[in-house]
Design a protein around this ligand. Sequence first.
Ligand code: UT7
Length: 349
Amino acid sequence: MQASRIAGVGMYVPSNIFTNNDLTKYMDTSDEWIQERTGIMERRYADRTRETTTTMGVEAAKIAIERAGITPQDVDFIVFATLSPDYYFPGCGVLLQRAMKMKEIGALDVRNQCSGFVYALSVADQFIKTGMYKNILVVGAEKHSFGLDFSTRGRNISVIFGDGAGAVVLQPATKQGQGILSTHLHSDGDSAEILAMYNPGTHANYWVQNNVASFDEAEMGEMFMSHAMIDEAQNFPNMDGPAVFKKAIVKFPEVIMEALAANNLQTTDINLLIPHQANLRIAQFVQQKLKLTDEQVYNNIQYYGNTTAASVPIALCEAWEKGKIKEGDIVCLAAFGSGFTWASALIRW
Ligand code: UT7
């Protein structure tokens, strides 16, 4: 089977920098708390009306496509990962296809939150391996700033998220032993509600819990999203942070070790680990646990916050631009987040 390689990487972050001190204007928090608990100093927020998840994805894609030496018309499949799409439906994949004037190619949206990009990369890898496609665009993008609770009520989650996009172009590998060596995907739905946005949705838990299960008291059109739900912040993400943290520090090392074992490699063989930028403390814990040096791990959460599906491709692109990834290097991508879902990809660059 034909291995796939990353032929081009791109990233886009909005120019608007939002510091921890800027957040204190909206909620009871502090620069000290945020830096100590997360490592984040600042994040980027998209222009409220001119930038969307798709437009940021397009900017990142343009760079990845150019670096891969192709044009948008050469792309034969799109995989777009996000949890903050422009519309509830249709997904961002088709919006990107339209914006970039691509051919009538397939466009697939992946909804795997923080591990979305690694899942998307794995899907694209399978299509290259089977020979079905030759140039696949994989995008991870988020516009979190539009959907966060900026009151003190939402401070445990709002301070960590930022906006941005990253993209790669996957092509068949040209050299023996080069490219994506393996991908490893996992999930545990038992904890689905621990990190979730409950509404709008079709689960009806809200109505059951408020004893209006028969919907007699609800207007038909209110089932999906009601004024009461908005008053109760159901339209914002919810997270039990410590529970996510505890699971993340177990599953990150596990899925990285799984990738290494599958390829008969050791932690010392990793040239660069790019963990999903969830929290600097999680990344540091993983680094310690796997006894990796500072040079072996790339973090940039300090400047962008947690950009969910965009964090891995943004960090990958930035590390590549800084010359930290050279041909032949072993690069490990790993992510964990809502679902729970977690995943890794091991690459020989
Ligand atoms: O990428 C998706 C996956 N997500 C993650 O991986 C996130 C994993 N979890 C985390 O990163 C951490 O749990 C957080 C950064 C979200 C929170 O840090 P923590 O150390 O776990 O804090 P906590 O939630 O246990 O809260 C400790 C205290 C609470 O106050 P009391 O009850 O001790 O008085 C919170 O109300 O900190 C308070 N707090 C804040 N204080 C100031 C929560 N958020 C804030 C805030 N500013 N922004």
